[in-house]
Design a protein around this ligand. Structure first.
Ligand code: ARG
Length: 253
């Protein structure tokens, strides 16, 4: 129990540290048409007017993949919005409540491993293009340049609660394993992707968790954690899809 508390505090520190840093940080505006499968997870307890809580990905008309660390509340407290780049524009997009939450059975708050959850929607979002899952573990390699999408904090580098995108170079597992605190916080070569900029150019940020990291039209990873946002020497950590694709697909069918 004490261990769990300590782990939880560690994750919270990682997720809240550096809130004065520029907030997706360093990105540009993205349109719904280029990322129709990107969704916002809302929660009734969110402090913002928009009720933005996390990001997510539509992987079936009635299934949204997000981060396990986003999905710890009751199903009835969540909502999912698709098709609304500016969350203030209530005239656009689709909304659904959530009827069921599956959290990866091996999700660990100690190591942040298997940070995956699948939400079942009460109202399927029909007619929306879905994002397919990357199944090759070789897709995560240094030098690849996937793109992260999210409505999260921009720290002033863009409008709030608006869909942003940022190309984040895959830095390779060795980079994150060499960063102070990252291996200790559970970074694992076989289960994580290390992506972003060591000079603080840009990064995913608070509120982007659970959202998509995309390459070649496939979901490569899910925004999971980082120290602060866009802090020099501290890139973003993503939960890698390929090793768990089979397990996730069982939840999606
Ligand atoms: N854990 C945070 C969240 O729940 C942020 C995750 C991404 N952080 C980062 N620096 N890449 O939104």
């Amino acid at each position: 129990m004490v261990k769990r508390m300590v782990a939880l505090i560690a994750v919270l520190v990682l997720c809240t540290a550096g809130t004065t840093e520029p907030m997706v940080v360093g990105g540009t505006l993205a349109s719904v048409s280029e990322a129709p499968w990107a969704v916002v997870l809302t929660n009734k307890d969110a402090v913002r007017d928009s009720k933005r809580w996390c990001g997510g990905v539509l992987v079936a008309p009635n299934k949204v993949l997000t981060a396990a660390h986003c999905a710890g509340r009751s199903a009835s407290s969540y909502g999912v919005i698709q098709g609304r780049a500016d969350l203030a524009d209530h005239s656009l997009g689709k909304f659904s409540a959530v009827s069921k939450i599956w959290v990866h059975p091996a999700y660990s708050t100690t190591t942040n491993r298997n940070d995956f959850a699948v939400l079942t929607l009460t109202k399927p979002m029909t007619g929306v293009p879905l994002l397919r899952l990357e199944t090759s573990p070789r897709a995560d390699r240094r030098g690849a340049v996937p793109t992260v999408y999210g409505w999260g904090d921009t720290n002033g580098t863009g409008p709030e609660d608006t869909l942003q995108k940022l190309a984040v170079p895959d830095l390779g597992d060795a980079t994150c394993l060499g960063i102070k605190g990252y291996a200790e916080n559970g970074y694992t070569a076989a289960a994580n992707i290390c992506a972003g900029y060591l000079d603080g150019t840009g990064d995913a940020c608070q509120g982007d968790s659970g959202g998509p990291l995309v390459m070649n039209g496939r979901l490569l990873g899910i925004v999971s954690w980082g120290r602060g946002c866009a802090e020099p020497q501290y890139p973003g950590v993503y939960a890698e899809i390929a090793p768990v694709a089979k397990t996730l697909l069982e939840q999606v069918r």
